[in-house]
Write a protein that binds this ligand. Structure first.
Ligand SMILES: *Cc1c(COP(=O)(O)O)cnc(C)c1O
Length: 371
């Protein structure tokens, strides 16, 4: 059969979509370059690993592996509700917050409605919106790499359904402060859903003028969090959303019934209860950031101060960013160029443990003296 061009097999919005390209895996780098040591500092994971309590929890949960998972993750949901002072019915668990972003895109939009976000933010949202053919108004960051809250509000029109804020932002590590967030809340009409993606909440919450979206108690805000970053469970895929029941109940209709899996729920619950490991992880990141700032200052490298677990380095040109990242990769330091996030001359460095930061500094010096 010949293809009917007005009814193509693959719709245009899918054909034109760019796939999410993840950071390189350790196995890929070993195979390609076989460096003596590898530091994976590309994907904002927890380089300390995860809570030691997770292993026995998943072994226990394995006994129930023949049964379908609890579709609303009752135990985990209760723990999250309790810690955050919300009702259990205001919490939804999903396979990573990426899944929740996907659900938000397929639940709230009518044809032709748009979403507003920044031009340099979490690329996972660009991908999920693209899948649904949602028009994105990508507002340029300010000159100092921050969300331009005023310009975002100015971009609201009749067809705007959602405002997506990653706070703190990935890949820049910058944040919308309390004053800006409060102003935004006053300006945005109630029928527009504000998505406050707090994937790095645990690293940010102690920053004085960081607005914790939950504390404002709005009907049209959903807060997104994840177990992939501070809790070190990226491989399990667990994220959650907190919002009023009207939002959660409708999301429960569009969710894949049995996400997250039984083992993932058990792992997340064990991790969630282990404050000691969490605090240790936060300390590793804070110490590592201070060390990296000093190192960059000594070497006259431009960067942005960050309240997440990564630091963005600003190179003079895209060519230099490509060459720097490639040379570091060959020496065994996996970094993330963030061209897909909208910043072609920038490179994102996840804060690792001490040995990894040693390796980063050593390789950095080698690369810089040889070029
Ligand atoms: C890493 C990240 C996510 C995705 O987390 P998962 O729970 O692993 O899907 C979502 N939003 C932002 C801003 C992130 O950086």
């Amino acid at each position: 059969m010949s293809e009917n061009t007005s009814h193509p097999l693959v719709p245009k919005n899918i054909e034109q979509l760019n796939r999410y390209i993840a950071g390189k895996t350790i196995a890929e780098v070993k195979e390609a370059y076989n460096p003596a040591k590898i530091a994976k500092l590309a994907s904002n994971e927890n380089r300390l690993g995860c809570s030691p309590k997770v292993e026995s929890a998943i072994l226990e949960a394995f006994k129930e592996i023949q049964d379908y998972p609890d579709p609303i993750a009752r135990k985990l949901r209760a723990a999250i509700a309790q810690k955050n002072g919300v009702k259990e019915s205001e919490v939804i668990l999903t396979s990573g917050s990426e899944s929740l972003l996907s659900m938000l895109c397929r639940t709230f939009f009518l044809n032709k409605q748009n979403a507003i976000t920044a031009n340099a933010t979490f690329v996972g949202f660009f991908v999920q919106a693209g899948v649904r053919g949602i028009h994105l108004k990508k507002i340029p960051l300010t000159d100092d790499y921050r969300f331009d809250v005023k310009a975002m509000v100015n971009a609201i029109d009749d067809q705007t359904k959602m405002i997506y804020l990653a706070n703190p932002n990935n890949p820049t590590g910058t944040y919308i402060n309390k004053k800006e967030y409060e102003w935004l809340l006053e300006q945005v009409p109630e029928h527009i859903l504000i998505v406050a993606d707090e994937a790095y909440y645990e690293f940010a919450e102690s920053v004085e003028d960081y607005p914790k979206a939950l504390e404002y108690d709005n009907d049209n805000v959903i807060v997104l969090r994840t177990f992939s970053k501070a809790y070190g469970l990226a491989g399990f895929r667990v994220g959650y959303g907190i919002a009023k029941e009207e939002i959660i109940n409708n999301l429960l209709k569009t969710k894949l019934t049995f996400e997250p899996t039984t083992l993932a729920q058990a792992a997340a619950l064990a991790a969630y209860k282990d404050d000691e490991f969490l605090n240790k992880s936060i300390k590793v990141v804070n110490d590592g950031k201070e060390r990296l700032y000093r190192f960059f200052d000594e070497h006259n490298v431009s960067y942005k101060k960050s309240i997440s677990n990564s630091v963005m380095m600003i190179l003079p040109t895209e060519e230099e960013a490509i060459s720097f990242t490639q040379k570091m990769l060959e020496l065994g330091v996996i970094l993330r160029r963030i061209n897909a996030f909208g910043l072609p001359a920038c490179v994102r460095i996840t804060i690792g443990i001490e040995e990894e930061m040693d390796h980063f500094e050593e390789c950095f010096k080698k690369v810089m003296t040889n070029s």
